[in-house]
Ligand binder design. Structure first.
Ligand code: PEP
Length: 250
């Protein structure tokens, strides 16, 4: 099975009409996408079910977050079980914006990861260091702590079902990209840690995506690295031709 994935995180962008228009454009492009690349889009929660019934078979849909509990008195929240029942099979968890603005912690990410796995929703677990952490040489310590915290208590078989996204926070939406060598260095480290937490065989199957100002101009170089299995794309996923170019940059 190929590890290649290009996933778009639309964040809190687009009206329903704009969403339909972008999905339509992507559907038209989808026929020409390489068959070994899994393509995922993540529109706002409100639009997920409408998008899920309108996408081509090779265009998958993810939520940007979920709640750890299956159901109950959690006003405003949506569970992994509800995502699954709406045929949403992927969920981004622990994005740095959720950590920064919504108090997400490694423990809450871990509870959500477990809930997704229990429901058969694939978690896309985001990890990555802040600028001051990189400048003080703490990136490996931070990334390892987030990885261990997010995947705590999972069996090897469960870890194998996860997707990991390395997103240095200093590169998200800033126009600053990690160099392909910086990305490869951390991705190789993450795969070593995944092997410690599960097995080398499992770690070799896990997709590790790079995220942070990835665009058509730099994706070919970044995706060419052996431990970079694709990207989690913010800004450039809002434009069909840029997203298409990213997918075709393999
Ligand atoms: C993101 O938010 O996951 C992201 C990578 O954003 P951008 O591509 O805009 O930096």
């Amino acid at each position: 099975m190929s590890r290649k994935i290009v996933a778009g995180n639309w964040k809190m962008n687009k009206s329903i009409a704009e969403t339909h228009a972008l999905v339509q454009e992507l559907n038209e492009m989808a026929r020409a996408w390489p068959s070994d690349v899994k393509v995922i889009i993540s529109p706002p929660m409100l639009y997920l079910t409408q998008v899920a019934v309108n996408v081509e078979d090779n265009l998958h849909v993810a939520a940007q977050n979920c709640h750890a509990e299956k159901s109950g008195a959690y006003t405003g929240e949506v569970s992994a079980a509800q995502l699954k029942s709406s045929e949403i099979n992927f969920c981004i968890l622990g994005h740095s914006e959720r950590r920064q603005y919504f108090g997400e912690t490694d423990a809450s990410v871990n509870a959500k990861v477990k809930s997704c796995l229990a429901e058969g929703v694939t978690p896309i677990v985001c990890i990555g260091e802040l600028l001051e952490e990189r400048e003080t040489g703490k990136e490996f310590t931070i990334v390892e702590a987030q990885l261990r915290g997010g995947l705590k208590g999972l069996s090897s078989a469960e870890i194998e079902k996860c997707i990991v996204a390395y997103e240095p926070v200093w590169a998200i939406g800033t126009g600053k990209t990690a160099s392909s060598d910086q990305a490869q260095e951390i991705h190789a480290f993450i795969r070593t840690k995944l092997a410690e937490l599960s097995s080398q065989e499992a770690a070799d199957k896990i997709s590790i995506l790079y995220g942070g100002s990835c665009k058509p101009a730099n994706s070919k170089e970044i995706f060419s690295k052996p431990d970079v299995d694709g990207g989690l794309i913010g800004g450039a996923s809002l434009n069909a031709s840029d997203f298409n170019a990213l997918i075709n940059s393999y």
